[in-house]
Design a protein around this ligand. Structure first.
Ligand SMILES: NC(=O)c1ccc[n+]([C@@H]2O[C@H](COP(=O)([O-])OP(=O)(O)OC[C@H]3O[C@@H](n4cnc5c(N)ncnc54)[C@H](OP(=O)(O)O)[C@@H]3O)[C@@H](O)[C@H]2O)c1
Length: 290
């Protein structure tokens, strides 16, 4: 790490817990690669202390923060401004502290769309997309998909159908492009019609690496891109099934690095060194969790 000085500017992440985060590794790698006088640290903030933490950003002149679980929604009421994108998504993952104002952004939609283009080779998305899950990540992903006019139909499948319906109604109120449904043993038919499948459920994530969100993988087919945003482990059962079916697998590391890179650009105004960030996250993920 570069020498810290009286001029060093502070970046960080707030969450609870934050011990598992790969953000310090990613951002400090970017800072080192560009030789900037910044440092990035993790701040564990309990939900009941969120207001004090936000006051602390102002008092300590922290330049910017990432926001992770469980604060992505709660933080919104404490900011001076929220970007239209973050407002529509309904969650903030990045705070820009600029000229005394706290401005909330959401960089997850950007991260996932960049990953689909650059890691998945999709200059244009297919007409039909299947999105599994209706949690926090799904909101940002669905927002990103709906920004692409070429996407005509998104099958939004979730274990709890009510959540899929509520998310579809929130982001596609006229019900023109999003078709909510239940993720179950009958999902294969709908998924098989899609040119792009995105898993945003936590199924397959550590400590359940033998779980797949798709009960029957025979619906996966060549020509399909399969993005699994789970990044621990990096190669999930779903991605192995995709590879075996001749589909193109894309892991969650690209989205992780690219959402972080977007935040870094917001804070520093610099072109982020995405590959250095990706490599640092990969190294961090390779280390056994403490
Ligand atoms: N690559 C990245 O940059 C990135 C970014 C954000 C998140 N992620 C990863 O994405 C995953 C989801 O994150 P999130 O923040 O959206 O979580 P979340 O808000 O808690 O949502 C979890 C989702 O998974 C579903 N789910 C959980 N357990 C399930 C099970 N046993 N069977 C079927 N569905 C199940 C939930 O369905 P119900 O609604 O039915 O409960 C819900 O749709 C996590 O693994 C997270 O690490 C990756």
């Amino acid at each position: 790490m570069a020498q810290l000085s009286g001029e060093t500017r502070v970046l960080g992440v707030i969450g609870h817990p934050v011990g598992h985060t790969s953000s310090p590794a990613m951002h400090n790698a970017a800072i080192a690669a560009l030789g900037l006088d910044y440092v990035y640290v993790a701040f564990p903030v309990r939900p009941e202390d969120l207001g004090q933490a936000l006051a602390g950003i102002r008092a300590l002149q922290i330049r910017g923060l990432n926001v992770t679980v469980p604060h992505k929604v709660g933080v919104m009421a404490l900011l001076d401004e929220i970007s239209p994108e973050a407002r529509t998504i309904g969650a903030v993952n990045t705070i820009d502290h600029s000229e005394g104002r706290l401005i909330g952004h959401n960089t997850d939609a950007f991260g996932v769309m960049q990953s689909l283009r650059l890691d998945g080779g999709l200059d244009k998305l297919p007409l039909r997309v299947a999105l599994l899950g209706a949690g926090g990540a799904a909101r940002a992903i669905l927002y990103g998909l709906l920004q692409c006019p070429e996407v005509e139909n998104v099958a939004l499948l979730n274990r709890t159908a009510d959540r899929a319906e509520a998310l579809a109604a929130a982001l596609d109120p006229e019900g023109r492009r999003v078709v909510p449904g239940t993720l179950d043993e009958h999902s294969g038919k709908v998924v098989g019609q899609a040119g792009l499948l995105i898993n945003s459920t936590s199924m397959g994530m550590h400590p359940h690496p033998d779980a797949s969100p798709l009960p029957d993988p025979t619906c996966l087919h060549p020509g399909m891109v399969v993005l699994d945003i789970v990044y621990n482990p990096l190669e999930t059962l779903l991605l192995r099934q995709a590879r075996q079916a001749g589909a193109r697998p894309v892991d969650g590391l690209g989205m992780l690095a690219r959402q972080g890179a977007r935040a870094f650009a917001i804070w520093t105004g610099m072109e982020p060194p995405v590959e250095a960030m990706r490599a640092a996250a990969l190294e961090r993920l390779g280390k056994p969790s403490a």
